[in-house]
Design a binder for this molecule. Structure first.
Ligand SMILES: *[C@@H]1O[C@H](CO)[C@@H](O)[C@H](O)[C@H]1NC(C)=O
Length: 337
């Protein structure tokens, strides 16, 4: 149809130029051309309008979709796997079979510091925990955004934990100390105060009998924000006791490379002799901020190398060296057991 019309137009044009009687044909050709132009304008404006409408509606719907996405993200981001697993673990564990656990107020004391540590700084919170306990998955979850490292005294329990929870970082240490060697070890550490057992050093290169020096190298370079000592075992005279963990925490806190320059150190079973006397020696009464039931809380500051001429505590007269019976000392802080 269209083709034959176009052919007619082409045939008509030359004849209309040469023949006078072809006026009507020329007029009809002009009318056809005009009507084509109208159609063309109509189509162009129609498509322009349609295109503009499409643009507006897609922009609106994509914006709506984006805002819907962000709303659902804040409301329903999936629970991280370790937190999910921890919830299941604590919901299903038979607590009457748990050997020892922290009390509600002791848990709150640690949790409060972990919360502050995770919100007040832009850096992730570094948490070092001595002891694999009932609370292991809890600490790992409470510090989910940060770095948590566990130190255990049994390679069996460490590998069992890692198998079950591959996201947990844990190392085992062979402790060489014994609870009944406490005072010998403290005397030894006094003699070595300017050498192997000094308060500011990289323990990786220390031969101090109280130093834990066989952890992965990087552990000694981390600025630990929180150190929790709830292991190794210390119930029996031949148990390893926590003097090495407490000494190590005292040195890590003083030797930190962190800008904050202070470390929260918690010592559990603080009512026992080893924990109390070792804390007094290496964490110091001046740094004790709170005792919650059996949990001592210290805040230990970074120390410059030449400060205090190699002493852990500023008031040496309070330390074991000048007192024959440190436990008989009466103090508003120290709990006597
Ligand atoms: C929890 O363990 C105790 C001791 O083994 C047992 O007597 C008790 O039945 C257990 N409770 C549940 C709910 O499994």
């Amino acid at each position: 149809m269209k083709n034959s019309n176009a052919a007619k137009l082409i045939l008509l044009h030359p004849s209309s130029l040469h023949k006078q009687g072809a006026g009507a044909a020329a007029a009809s050709a002009a009318a056809i051309a005009a009507s084509h132009r109208v159609w063309l304008i109509f189509f162009i404006s129609f498509f322009t309008l349609a295109f503009t409408l499409t643009l507006i509606t897609t922009k609106d719907s994509s914006a709506a979709a984006a805002s819907a996405n962000s709303a659902s993200a804040t409301k329903k981001s999936p629970l991280p796997r370790p937190v999910f697993d921890a919830l299941i673990h604590y919901a299903s564990v038979n607590t009457s079979t748990v050997f020892s656990r922290m009390s509600a107020s002791e848990l709150s004391a640690v949790a409060a510091v972990l919360r502050r540590c995770n919100t007040n700084t832009n850096n992730p919170c570094n948490l070092l925990v001595f002891g694999l306990t009932h609370e292991t998955l809890l600490w790992s979850s409470l510090n989910y955004k940060g770095r948590t490292v566990f130190v255990g005294d049994s390679d069996y329990f460490v590998s069992k934990l890692e198998q079950k929870h591959p996201e947990i970082e844990a190392y085992d240490v062979q402790f060489t100390t014994k609870v009944n060697e406490l005072y010998e070890l403290l005397e030894y550490s006094k003699e070595q105060l300017k050498n192997e057992c000094k308060p500011v050093q990289n323990l990786l290169f220390s031969d101090c009998k109280l130093a834990i020096n066989d952890l992965p190298n990087y552990i000694y370079d981390v600025a630990w924000d929180v150190i929790l000592i709830d292991g190794p075992l210390g119930f029996l005279p031949t148990s390893p006791g926590r003097m090495s963990a407490i000494f190590t925490a005292g040195v890590l806190a003083r030797s930190t490379k962190g800008s904050a320059g202070k470390t929260d150190v918690f010592v559990h079973e603080f009512d026992r002799e080893v924990e109390k006397v070792s804390s007094e020696e290496f964490l110091c009464e001046e740094n004790l901020v709170e005792i919650t039931e059996k949990l001592g809380h210290f805040v230990v500051g970074k120390m410059e190398v030449n400060e205090r001429d190699h002493q852990f505590c500023s008031d040496v007269s309070d330390s074991i060296a000048s007192s024959s019976s440190p436990l008989s000392k009466t103090s508003k802080y120290w709990v006597d057991s």
